[in-house]
Design a protein around this ligand. Structure first.
Ligand SMILES: Cc1ncc(COP(=O)(O)O)c(C=O)c1O
Length: 417
């Protein structure tokens, strides 16, 4: 009997797929005994379990057993109705309408749906340098060419975006992360968002604006999204993963009111088709519970609780870096989100061979049960990047994170000696 020759059966996408970096990131995050500062996971001890119990019951009372039935691919209608206001509360006027929202299983599914709508083999997509690894992996399924956008301390640089659009008019979209960017934690100021919107308008380009962390602002005021300025040509992505719980798997995509009606209708139809063909619908039960959370103002108390704790954790992490980490590394100091990003300062680039972050990461897990992320994961083209690392400050209480951070600092220092 002949065995199956799988090499001849795999699709182009799976044949060319490299091992998942996200898988690598998550590998140690649930291993008992490992203090992982690697994955983008929030702290389960801050999940509002009591509220989940209460509003699960209320959801059955209010919406009936139908929340356990299949639902429409676009999402649970009461949640779609509540979202336009909720998404921009205290920031600006609603940018979208219920009929222009598709609820997805987290924003990761939104990214894959948008990739399916817009990308095909060999096309171009503009991404930050570095960018969110999960977006890159969703886009990778369609083998695009990446045009990388440079950044400074305020996030992606408009000059670099302009150049990208000018040199590559065939870019399908620019994937933007203006709030507490993953991985760097940088935030784009208001004037830069306006400029990005203007540039996209000038070149007739599409922006996909992903905002999982915006509500986790530790200080300062919220800043209006790019979508509120480039509302003809920006698609938004949102998620409840970081402000509530990732296991609930509810996020979505929004099309702005001002988008040209025909374009809006076509994008909505295509995205809803893909959503339906993939998973039929996002779990209506989970969407119903979130609707209760919104309608009963649960976020009003819950988000400040996370913020207060995360502020302590970010401050503690920054202090340990200051005291225990080698000074050759430069770290960002984000006003929110979940991550600190460190990279080798340019003047020390001769030390790069001593800081093989991937090996250091493996050694830390094996010998000390501590984990961080090698920054190279986050680059479209990682070969020529300087040593860098991402640390999640939000995952563990200070008492648990402190010793892990000190070990990382000590090992890095040893490597340089
Ligand atoms: C920038 C960004 N986008 C999207 C996601 C996906 O999150 P989820 O699918 O849980 O909404 C993440 C998760 O870490 C992220 O950091």
């Amino acid at each position: 009997m002949a065995g199956v020759d799988f090499a001849r059966k795999f699709s182009y996408a799976t044949r060319t797929m490299r091992p998942s970096g996200v898988g690598e990131l998550l590998k140690n995050s649930n291993v008992p005994g490992v203090t992982s500062l690697a994955a983008g996971a929030p702290d389960p001890d801050l999940f509002p379990v009591k509220e989940f119990k209460k509003y699960t019951n209320k959801a059955f009372k209010d919406f009936g057993p139908g929340i356990l039935q299949y639902g429409p691919p676009e999402g649970f209608e009461p949640l779609r109705q509540a979202l336009p206001e909720f998404l921009v509360k205290d920031i600006c006027e609603p940018i979208t309408k219920p009929e222009n929202i598709i609820i997805t299983a987290g924003s990761q599914e939104g990214l894959l749906i948008l990739a399916q709508v817009f990308l095909s083999r060999g096309c171009k997509v503009a991404v930050d340098k570095p960018t969110y690894i999960g977006a890159k992996e969703a886009f990778d399924m369609f083998s695009p060419e990446y045009i990388e956008i440079e950044s400074d301390e305020h996030g992606a640089d408009p000059k670099s975006l302009r150049k990208a659009f000018k040199d590559h008019p065939d870019i399908r979209f620019y994937y933007a992360l203006p709030n507490f960017q993953n991985p760097t934690g940088k935030t784009m100021p208001l004037d830069r968002r306006i400029e990005m919107a203007q540039i996209a308008g000038e070149y007739g380009q599409l922006i996909v604006e992903d905002d999982p962390y915006g509500r986790l602002r530790l200080e300062g005021n919220h800043i209006r999204p790019i979508q509120s300025f480039a509302s003809e040509n920006t698609i938004g992505l949102f998620t409840f993963s970081k402000m509530l719980a990732p296991g609930i798997r509810v996020g979505g995509m929004t099309l702005p009111n001002q988008m040209e009606p025909n374009a809006k209708k076509r994008i909505m139809n295509k995205a809803a088709e893909i959503k339906g063909r993939g998973t039929l619908t996002t779990a209506p039960f989970n969407q119903a519970v979130i609707t209760e959370f919104i309608e009963n103002n649960v976020f009003k108390n819950h988000i400040p609780r996370i913020i207060e704790e995360n502020r302590l954790r970010r401050n503690a992490m920054a202090e340990i870096i200051e005291e225990f980490f080698p000074k050759v590394l430069q770290f960002t100091s984000p006003n929110g989100g979940m991550f600190l990003w460190g990279e080798l300062k340019d003047e020390y680039k001769h030390l790069a061979p001593k800081l093989n972050m991937h090996n250091i990461m493996d050694e830390l897990v094996e010998q000390h049960k501590v984990d961080f992320t090698d920054g190279r994961f986050f680059y479209a083209y990682p070969k020529k990047t300087k040593p860098s690392m991402r640390l999640n400050f939000a995952r563990w209480p200070v008492k648990k994170m402190e010793p892990a951070m000190k070990i990382i600092g000590e090992v890095l220092t040893q490597k340089l000696s």
